[in-house]
Design a protein around this ligand. Structure first.
Ligand code: ADP
Length: 612
């Protein structure tokens, strides 16, 4: 979160507001107070001057109205000068008497007696004489720049309003001391203002802090919460609005913490469900872009989260050529995605379900992927197996039908043909019985109830007995070569089943051995395993087919193998049996040189002693 700059903080703003309010209040009070005070002081000053003028006016009028001739004129000026001298005291700077023709009759200023007899040029005197009312002004003393209040009062010949103007009294009084007094008061006021401002600032800081501290606390807590720390609590300083806010804030923190931990738990649950399920899950937003993909889905599609997130689902599934996102939304049936190559089958089944609001608005799409390769393989094998079985049964049945038809048509009476025909049908019947028996055996092994009936046997002797049996009964010119070790080895096996396996391998070796060929028998021991080998000099098997000879019904050369009476199931049964014993079976072959079939069996070294 951004740091609040000093001048933008509420704390400073509040202090500024207090200061401004105080300044405004004091200014208004000060302005009103000083104006009133100034007016008051001026009024009382002027009043006292006017009262004194009223007093002197009487004497002056009397003096002017006295009957005088030109010689006595000087006496008027002298007597007026005496009156004014007496009068001019204290605040009064100068007082002059002017006659109605604007001539100065007397002045109280002894240094300025030359003015007497001259014409006065003061405006206010002229105004007072002409308007018969007092006139005043405030002027500056040119000597000391002090303010002077000048007042001109007309002198009437009678007391009362209808008298004739006989002159005027002009008075200059020193009003400056009032302004000095006012300045002194203003200075005191300014000092008071400064003091109250300082006090306001200190108090403002303290008061603002009580408001801003809980707010700062909440701000810090909100910052901590945004980083996921819910352990902090705001201190509650009181029960006022901010206190209530702090309590509400703490409650909010608790609720947020609870809901966050619930959400987190749900998220973890969902994530573990998604990653532990075997099916792949992909979720998209309403535009079909992937917003969630679980681990199984990534390994099924061989993609990473980084390369798939935000990409359109159709392109990630590799179906964007044929389907749009809208097509997938309306897809009700599961879709098979075939990623098989010529060697490896790989099929996924995709089920689509739409996340929809009640209004029908599509919020997204959930795709569940299921690997159905094995299932498909089993289905395919089953279909192949049924086709093979039907085919294997139809061939002898068709042969038998044609021979039996020939017999029914009269061949039964022919002594030369009839025994041969009957022989063929008998051979075919036997082959069918063998086939059905083999199938039954395979089906038993496929079912759960299949069990081995194991016993300990000395493998050397067991193997030797089987080889001997074949050696005695063989009709071909084939030599049997034994490469068996001297040491006795004991194995725990189902002897009937193992005999069947070895019989099948030896009869195959005999079947495909040329006249004068060799068949070699041997076994070696590796890592607790007996490795048995039966090798012939026969026609061999093409390289690409060697691995398949253990598949059901597989024959390299169908016609030839069938003519030799094989069912194509012998090695398939052998493989099931060896695997049931915990071993493995495989073949190595080279065309025209020979084939070697190997199989392994587990054995216990110390069993020999126990057995003996
Ligand atoms: P079959 O009953 O046809 O012999 P098997 O399952 O025993 O069926 O063998 C499957 C096929 O493997 C045979 O049809 C044959 O083509 C081939 N095969 C098995 N053993 C040998 C061998 N020793 N030499 C050459 N081909 C063999």
């Amino acid at each position: 979160m951004q740091k609040v700059s000093f001048f933008k903080s509420i704390h400073v703003k509040l202090v500024f507001i207090y200061i401004l309010l105080i300044i405004i209040a004091l200014q208004i009070i000060g302005l009103y107070f000083s104006r009133e005070l100034e007016q008051n002081l001026k009024d009382s000053f002027q009043q006292s001057i006017i009262q004194r003028i009223d007093l002197v006016q009487y004497s002056i009028r009397e003096e002017i109205l006295k009957e005088r001739d030109d010689t006595t004129m000087a006496t008027l000026e002298t007597s007026l000068g005496i009156i004014l001298q007496e009068f001019s005291t204290g605040d009064i700077k100068e007082i002059r008497v002017i006659d109605h023709r604007n001539r100065i009759l007397a002045t109280s200023d002894s240094n300025n007696q030359s003015l007497v007899g001259q014409k006065s040029n003061e405006d206010i005197i002229r105004t007072a004489i002409s308007s018969q009312t007092p006139s005043e002004k405030i002027a500056l003393d040119p000597e000391n720049r002090n303010r002077v209040w000048a007042l001109a009062t007309p002198i009437l010949d009678t007391v009362g309003p209808d008298g004739e103007v006989i002159g005027a009294i002009y008075i200059e009084s020193d009003i400056e001391k009032i302004f000095v007094q006012l300045n002194e008061i203003n200075r005191i006021f300014a000092a008071g203002t400064a003091m109250s401002l300082i006090i306001t600032i200190i108090l403002g800081i303290l008061v603002a802090r009580t408001i801003t501290r809980p707010i700062s606390d909440m701000r810090r807590q909100a910052q901590a919460m945004s980083k996921g720390n819910f352990s902090r609590k705001v201190r509650v300083y009181g029960t006022d609005e901010i206190g209530q806010l702090a309590i509400a804030f703490n409650n909010l923190t608790n609720r947020l913490q609870e809901s966050q931990s619930t959400t987190e738990a749900e998220r973890r649950k969902l994530a573990s469900v998604l990653s532990n399920m075997t099916d792949g899950v992909i979720a998209t937003d309403r535009k079909g872009r992937i917003i969630l993909i679980n681990d199984p889905a990534m390994s099924m599609l061989h993609v990473t989260r980084e390369t798939t997130l935000n990409r359109p689902i159709a392109s990630v599934l590799g179906i964007d050529q044929d389907y749009s996102f809208e097509d997938l939304i309306y897809m009700k049936e599961p879709m098979n995605l075939n990623f098989s190559t010529s060697d490896v089958p790989y099929i996924l089944r995709a089920n689509f379900s739409v996340i929809q609001k009640e209004t029908g608005f599509v919020n997204g799409l959930i795709t569940v992927l299921h690997d159905i390769t094995e299932q498909e393989k089993i289905d395919m094998e089953r279909r192949e197996f049924v086709a093979n079985v039907s085919h294997e049964l139809r061939t002898p049945l068709t042969t038998m039908r044609s021979y039996l038809e020939a017999l029914a048509d009269g061949a039964w009476q022919d002594e030369n043909i009839a025994p041969h025909f009957l022989n063929v049908t008998q051979t075919e019947t036997e082959r069918m019985i063998r086939l059905v028996n083999d199938l039954l055996q395979l089906s038993k092994m496929d079912s759960q109830e299949y069990e081995l009936d194991c016993e300990f046997v000395e493998f050397n002797k067991f193997f030797e007995r089987i080889i001997e049996r074949f050696e005695m009964s063989k009709s071909q010119n084939v030599e049997f070569i034994r490469l068996l070790p001297e040491t006795s080895y004991f194995v725990e096996v189902d002897t009937d089943k193992l005999t069947q396996v070895i019989d099948n391998i030896i009869s195959n070796a005999l079947k495909y051995s040329p006249d004068g060929g060799n068949i070699r028998f041997g076994f070696t021991v590796h890592d607790n395993m007996l490795k048995v080998m039966i090798s012939d000099d026969g026609m061999g098997i093409p390289k690409e087919n060697v691995g398949r000879i253990f598949d059901r019904f597989y024959r390299v050369d169908r016609a030839r193998a069938r003519s030799m009476g094989g069912t194509g199931l012998g090695l398939a049964i052998a493989r099931e049996m060896i695997e049931a014993h915990g071993g493995k079976i495989w073949a190595e072959s080279e065309e025209g040189i020979g084939t070697t079939v190997f199989f392994t069996l587990p054995y216990e070294l110390d069993e020999a002693g126990d057995w003996e």
